[in-house]
Write a protein that binds this ligand. Structure first.
Ligand code: 6PG
Length: 253
């Protein structure tokens, strides 16, 4: 089902509500394959920024199986991250570890095709280093730092990546990566910023479960104070934005 959205939504903007998590994963995998195919027709590489948290697991699990395993030209894909917890790469809370176990290892993705955020380092140094990594990876790209595809999750408080309500990185106007202190977790996180996200060619939100219902409805129906929710400010300047929700998360749409 395609949700009815306010007129002032971005030009290429859509929200689809799928019956369950499996069909959401299938839809996301199909979108990944389609975006990769379109991009690799004209460009040498397809650069994708992965989402953290738990929901992407179902997408990764879908991508490593038929038909996507053989249909996608994995060798021409470069993997980046939208955010990371400040933990070592083998820590159970590491977004890199989740992606390594559910995607890179099953597909035998070469390590030099993966650009992880170094959560084990001092956060500001790690953010600066990742900004340099991104700059050098996009150095030969005519359009500068512009991810071909970005996956994003949604938190119950309306956060996305590690852009949480009331935190400093929300105000970042220039740097593509920030170290962001999250008071409610008393921890630092590394996150791409709005300038990096909103320059992407294509962005896909994955939102599943009852606890995402309220923030999704507020943002997609522009209800009371929706702009305070960090995910509401994900608006591609000249790209496409797609929300994929399961029935629970999309119940009010
Ligand atoms: C993180 C994520 C975060 C996540 C949401 C949704 O590192 O935690 O990037 O933004 O996407 O919290 O998480 P779930 O998918 O686990 O519900």
């Amino acid at each position: 089902m395609t949700a009815n959205l306010p007129r002032e939504a971005p030009a290429r903007f859509e929200a689809r509500v799928l019956p369950d998590l499996d069909s959401l994963a299938e839809e996301a995998a199909r979108e990944f394959a389609r975006a990769a195919k379109e991009c690799l027709r004209d460009r040498a590489l397809f650069r994708v920024a992965l989402a953290g948290g738990s929901t992407p697991r179902v997408l990764h699990d879908r991508l490593v199986r038929k038909p996507y395993r053989s249909r996608i030209d994995w060798n021409r894909i470069r993997f980046f991250f939208g955010d990371e917890r400040c933990v070592p790469p083998d820590h159970e809370r590491s977004n890199y570890r989740m992606a390594r176990e559910t995607l890179f290892e099953p597909l035998r993705i070469p390590s030099d095709h993966v650009f992880r955020m170094r959560g084990e380092e001092e956060p500001h140094a790690a953010a600066a280093e990742y900004a340099r990594t991104i700059a050098s990876e996009f150095a030969r790209s005519r359009s500068g730092v512009r991810f071909d595809l970005v996956f994003l999750g949604l938190g119950p408080d309306g956060h996305t990546a590690s852009l949480f309500p009331g935190t400093k990185a929300l105000g970042e106007r220039n740097r593509p990566v920030a170290a962001n202190y999250i008071p409610k977790f008393r921890e630092w996180r590394l996150t791409l910023t709005y300038p990096a996200f909103n320059s992407a060619r294509r962005m896909i939100f994955l939102a599943a479960g009852e606890e995402k219902r309220e923030p999704a409805s507020r943002i997609l129906k522009r209800e009371r104070g929706y702009r305070e929710l960090p995910a509401a400010r994900i608006r591609p300047r000249c790209g496409a934005l797609l929300w994929l929700l399961d029935e629970e998360a999309g119940r009010d749409l």
